[in-house]
Design a protein around this ligand. Structure first.
Ligand code: SF4
Length: 236
């Protein structure tokens, strides 16, 4: 379990968050916990610069609008894409049998309906290389499943499939007269259901954001930039 060893206050500000974002269980959890704590206790997030990521995954999602499951990935069970870009919200998360003030809230990419009555969650990724990142994203996908199986409102739905649909650039094609195309690699990266691992991750996550301010990570480029800037400009 991560530690929070600073003597600073653990008091939450007026912009404290009550909803845990599934994507924070991967990238933000993997980094320094000080900025994560700041986000959940004071609603302050570092600006992110991720050019093209949103546009490319929106293209991917739109391409599979209402698509047959086999045309999304042949390994999927029979079914269709029911929805894309929808929100999920869970009931309060319990840690060691006690209800916490936190719940999961997030937006999935593709929601599948399978012929056997179960559903699936697919996350669209446009990566620089066709590498397998299914272990890294497992907690994020499992969190969507948790919210669908333990919804804040409505009936629980049973999630049978989680996975990543990965596109990556292969080669350009074409010429100025006919126009250009970008050939893509694609891969289906299934993620095994693991609710127990999510329970552990959520317990650790809530422990960190509910505790005192964590120490900063001495290797962080962003913190180094902030310190150097402050040395030159002070707080202006
Ligand atoms: S080291 Fe500093 S800037 Fe970097 S993540 Fe931690 S608190 Fe944030």
């Amino acid at each position: 379990m991560a530690t929070s060893s600073s003597a600073q206050s653990s008091t939450s500000g007026k912009n404290a968050r009550a909803f845990i974002s599934p994507s924070d269980l991967t990238f933000a959890w993997d980094g320094c916990h000080r900025c994560l704590w700041l986000k959940y206790n004071h609603g302050v997030s570092a600006p992110l610069f991720m050019p093209l990521v949103g546009e490319l995954s929106a293209l991917q999602e739109a391409h599979f609008d209402n698509a047959d499951a086999k045309s999304v990935a042949p390994a999927l069970p029979a079914g269709r894409v029911r929805d894309r870009g929808g929100w999920v919200k869970s009931r309060p998360i319990e840690v060691q049998g006690r209800e916490t003030p936190y719940a999961i809230r997030g937006k999935y990419d593709l929601l599948m309906d399978f012929d056997d009555g179960t559903i699936g969650i697919i996350d669209c990724k446009f990566q620089g290389r066709d590498t397998d990142k299914s272990d890294f994203y497992a907690a994020q996908l499992e969190a969507y499943a948790y919210a669908l199986e333990n919804p804040a409102q409505g009936d629980p739905q049973m999630v049978s499939v989680l996975g990543l649909l990965v596109w990556s650039p292969k080669s350009p094609q074409g010429n100025p007269a006919d126009g250009y195309h970008l050939n893509l690699n694609w891969s289906w990266r299934p993620i095994e259901r693991n609710p127990a691992a999510l329970t552990r991750r959520l317990g650790d996550f809530i422990y960190v954001i509910s505790g005192t301010t964590p120490e900063r990570d001495s290797g962080c480029e962003q913190c180094r930039y902030i310190s150097q800037r402050r040395e030159i400009f002070g707080n202006e």
